[in-house]
Design a protein around this ligand. Structure first.
Ligand code: C2O
Ligand code: CU
Ligand code: CU
Length: 449
C-alpha cells in the first residue's frame, strides 16, 4: 500500500515448510513464511513503514541492516514482537534482558534519507540472532534513487539480488544448528569460530543454475552467512580478467567502477557488481566459486550463458559523487578492542549489556574509530556508514572502497574508519556480525547526542 507520503508493508514472521533440498521438507522461520523474506523496495527520501508481526515460537526483533534509522525503529535486541505465548526458556537469562518487551506488532518507520543501496533486514533478538537468522529470518531491502537511475544499469531480469548463505541440514531435511549454550559456563566449541554449513544456498536454493543472456548483469551480492567468509570469483575468468566490475558496496555506489578477479565478503557485507556475460562464448557454464571454501562450500552457483545478446549498456567511467570524510577534521579517536576469550567475548573488556553505553559521539561530527581484534571479526555499525581509512597501518584493502557499514577486521590487523553519525539521537549498536560472536555478547552500545 502507498499514499502520498509513504509506502507501507506488513510482514509477519512465521513457520512454514519449504522445499530447499530435493526430496526433503525443511521448516523455515521466514518473513511471510519464505526464505529469503519478501524484497522490500524504497525510494530514497520517501518514507517506508513496515508493520512487523510474528507468529514464531520465540519472539523476534527486526533490524534493517544499513538503514539510517531512528532508534525506535532500529530493531533493538529487546524490542521484540511476538504472540506473547512463547517458550521463553533461556530468554530471561542474560543480565539486562529484563527490559525486553514483547508487543504483538511494531511499526518501523524508515525515513530512507539515504542513498540507493542494497540493504537487508534480519532478526536481531538478544542472544538468539544466530539460530533465528539460520532458520531463515533475512530478506533484501533495496533503496533506489535518481543518481543511480541515471546510469541505466541492468534491471528487471538482469538485476539479481543474490543472498548467499551456508547451512547444514540434518538427515530429515531440518536445519542443523548446534544447541544453544543455555546458561552453561564457557563457550561451546561450535560457537568459537561461528556456525558453518556445508550447503551453500543462494536465495534459498542450493547451488542454483541461472540462465543468462550474453549481456551485462547486475549482481547484488550479499553474504548472509552466520559466520562464513567468502572470496567470490567467476570460473573460468574471461580472457583479460577483471570479470567482477564493482559499482557499489554496503552503502551504495562507488565513485567509479573497480575491476576485480575476486571479491571478499565477510558476513553481512554487500558488493554490487556488474558482469558482462558477452565476454563468454554462448554455451559456457560459468561458475561462481568461493575460493575460501573447500569442496561443496567452495561452490556457490553457476550461470549458463545463452546466445541472446546485446543490451547497448555502456559502463560509465563515473558512477556517483561520493563525499570524503576527512580524518583531519575528526574531533575524536576511539578504539574498540574485540576480544574472544575462553569464557567471555568482549568489546573493550565488556560483554554486551543493554543500556550500558561505551561511547557518546556527537551528531554531525567526524570521528575516527579503530577496531582491533584477535581473530576474524566483521565489525558492523548501526545508524550510519563509514569509510575505511586503513588497515594495519597501511591503506584500505581491495574491498574497502566506498561507504561501508561492515568491515572485515582480520586477526591482529587493526582497521581505522572515519564515521559521522547524523540526524538521530539515541542508542545504537556496534558489534561483530559473526552471529555466534554477537550472541556471545560481542556487541556494545553507543549513544548519539
Ligand atoms: Cu546486520 Cu546489528 O546487524
Ligand atoms: Cu545493522
Ligand atoms: Cu567476531
Amino acid at each position: 500500500r502507498s499514499d502520498a507520503g509513504a509506502d507501507y508493508y506488513e510482514i509477519t514472521a512465521r513457520r512454514a515448510t519449504a522445499r530447499l533440498l530435493p526430496g526433503h521438507d525443511t521448516e523455515v522461520w521466514g518473513y511471510q513464511g519464505t526464505f529469503p523474506g519478501p524484497t522490500v523496495e524504497s525510494r530514497s527520501g520517501r518514507r517506508t513503514v513496515i508493520t512487523h508481526r510474528s507468529e514464531l515460537p520465540r519472539p523476534t526483533a527486526v533490524h534493517l541492516h544499513g538503514g539510517h534509522t531512528p532508534q525506535d525503529s532500529d530493531g533493538y535486541p529487546l524490542d521484540l514482537v511476538g504472540t506473547g505465548q512463547h517458550d521463553m526458556a533461556g530468554m530471561a537469562g542474560p543480565p539486562g534482558t529484563e527490559g525486553a518487551t514483547v508487543l504483538p506488532q511494531r511499526e518501523h518507520t524508515y525515513p530512507m534519507a539515504q542513498r540507493a543501496a542494497t540493504l537487508w533486514y534480519h532478526d536481531h533478538t538478544m542472544g538468539f540472532t544466530g539460530p533465528q537468522v539460520y532458520r531463515g529470518l533475512a530478506g533484501f531491502h533495496l533503496v533506489r534513487d535518481e543518481e543511480e537511475a541515471a546510469l541505466g544499469l541492468p534491471q528487471g531480469p538482469r538485476e539479481l539480488p543474490l543472498m548467499i548463505a551456508d547451512r547444514s541440514f540434518a538427515a530429515d531435511g531440518s536445519f542443523a544448528y548446534p544447541e544453544l549454550p543455555g546458561g552453561a559456563p564457557g563457550v561451546p566449541d561450535a560457537y568459537m569460530n561461528g556456525v558453518l554449513g556445508d550447503v551453500v544456498l543462494v536465495n534459498g536454493a542450493p547451488w542454483p543454475l541461472a540462465r543468462v543472456d550474453r549481456a551485462w548483469y547486475r549482481l547484488r551480492l550479499l553474504n548472509a552467512s552466520n559466520a562464513r567468509r567468502l572470496r567470490l570469483a567467476l570460473d573460468p575468468q574471461p580472457s583479460g580478467g577483471g570479470a567482477l566490475v564493482q559499482i557499489g558496496s554496503d552503502g551504495g555506489l562507488l565513485e567509479r567502477p573497480l575491476r576485480h578477479d575476486s571479491v571478499d565478503l565477510a558476513p553481512a557485507e554487500r558488493c554490487d557488481v556488474l558482469v558482462d556475460f558477452s565476454r563468454y562464448p554462448a554455451g559456457t557454464r560459468v561458475r561462481l566459486r568461493n575460493r575460501l571454501g573447500d569442496g561443496p562450500a567452495g561452490e556457490v552457483m553457476a550461470f549458463e550463458v545463452g546466445s541472446a545478446a546485446e543490451d547497448g549498456f555502456r559502463l560509465p567511467g563515473k558512477l556517483a559523487t561520493v563525499e570524503r570524510l576527512d580524518p583531519a577534521k575528526a574531533v575524536n579517536t576511539r578504539t574498540f578492542v574485540f576480544h574472544k576469550g575462553k569464557q567471555h567475548w568482549t568489546v573493550n573488556g565488556q560483554e554486551y549489556r543493554p543500556g550500558r553505553s561505551l561511547a557518546a559521539p556527537r551528531l554531525g561530527q567526524i570521528e575516527v574509530w579503530r577496531f582491533v581484534t584477535d581473530f576474524h571479526h566483521p565489525v558492523h555499525l548501526h545508524l550510519d556508514p563509514f569509510q575505511v581509512l586503513g588497515r594495519a597501518g597501511g591503506g584500505p584493502g581491495g574491498n574497502d572502497a566506498g561507504w561501508k557499514d561492515t568491515v572485515d577486521v582480520l586477526p591482529a590487523q587493526g582497521v581505522e574508519v572515519a564515521v559521522r553519525f547524523t540526524d538521530y539521537a539515541g542508542r545504537f549498536l556496534v558489534h561483530c556480525h559473526n552471529l555466534e560472536h554477537e550472541d556471545m555478547a560481542m556487541m556494545a552500545e553507543f549513544t548519539t547526542t
